[in-house]
Design a protein around this ligand. Structure first.
Ligand code: FES
Length: 219
């Protein structure tokens, strides 16, 4: 058994913000692409889920916060498996065509009623060991990319809901990251569900970060 706090390397009295910060840092390091293993990556996600469950359960009758359960490292049963992240996606070109706004809270509801092509609006699953771009490609979609290494914004997506990790050595400026822009080639879901707009590289604020078309560019 191991404490979820130990796994996330955070104090037991850490507040939600500190836990979230610790998780984002820890899950990036644990990812197989960053030198971790699938088992470690899943353990970190399980630890975060335990702490989320503690928060959802809230305070007990005695006013004390519900204790987070330790994780049984020998439990590899179905209940312990980390489920894939469910992603609803929308092509930025549809937003342009319909005259919608990227930050419209109703964007995905509008998309649901617009009879868009399956590759313009739909859903896909991201497995725990793949980036958002890899999951899109495995699902048969040709989302834009170029370097696949965090050095351009050709693979940029806009996060309408959920959270996607971002490695430290990426090109996305802080102000754009704060507005919800992320890179799909090295972004790994940190939440169970995501709503993303892909193909946002044509947004003017990303112009300076785009690599010109080359042998590795799909669009
Ligand atoms: S393809 Fe260049 S940063 Fe993702």
């Amino acid at each position: 058994m191991v404490s979820p706090f130990e796994v996330l390397e955070v104090d037991e009295d850490a507040d939600d913000e500190a836990v979230e910060r610790a998780y984002r840092e820890r899950v990036k390091r644990a990812h197989p692409d960053q030198g971790g293993s699938v088992e470690e990556f899943q353990l970190v996600r399980r630890a975060y889920r335990e702490l989320e469950a503690r928060d959802e359960n809230g305070d007990g009758d005695d006013g004390e916060a519900t204790a987070a359960a330790d994780i049984d490292l020998g439990d590899d049963g179905e209940a312990a498996e980390v489920q894939p992240t469910r992603v609803e996606f929308l092509d930025y070109e549809a937003i342009v065509d319909y005259g919608w706004s990227l930050d419209d809270d109703d964007l995905f509801r509008k998309a649901s009623h617009a009879d868009l092509a399956p590759d313009a609006h739909g859903r896909l699953l991201v497995q725990p060991d793949e980036s958002l771009l890899e999951a899109a490609e495995r699902s048969g979609f040709a989302w834009p990319f170029s370097c696949r290494g965090g050095a351009c914004a050709n693979c940029a997506v806009y996060l309408a809901e959920g959270e996607l990790s971002q490695p430290t050595d990426h090109i996305m400026p802080d102000d754009l990251a704060e507005r919800g822009f992320r890179l799909s080639c090295n972004g790994y879901p940190l939440t169970d569900e995501l709503s993303v707009v892909f193909n946002v590289k044509q947004r003017p604020e990303l112009d300076d970060l785009i690599l010109p078309p080359g042998p590795f560019t799909r669009r």
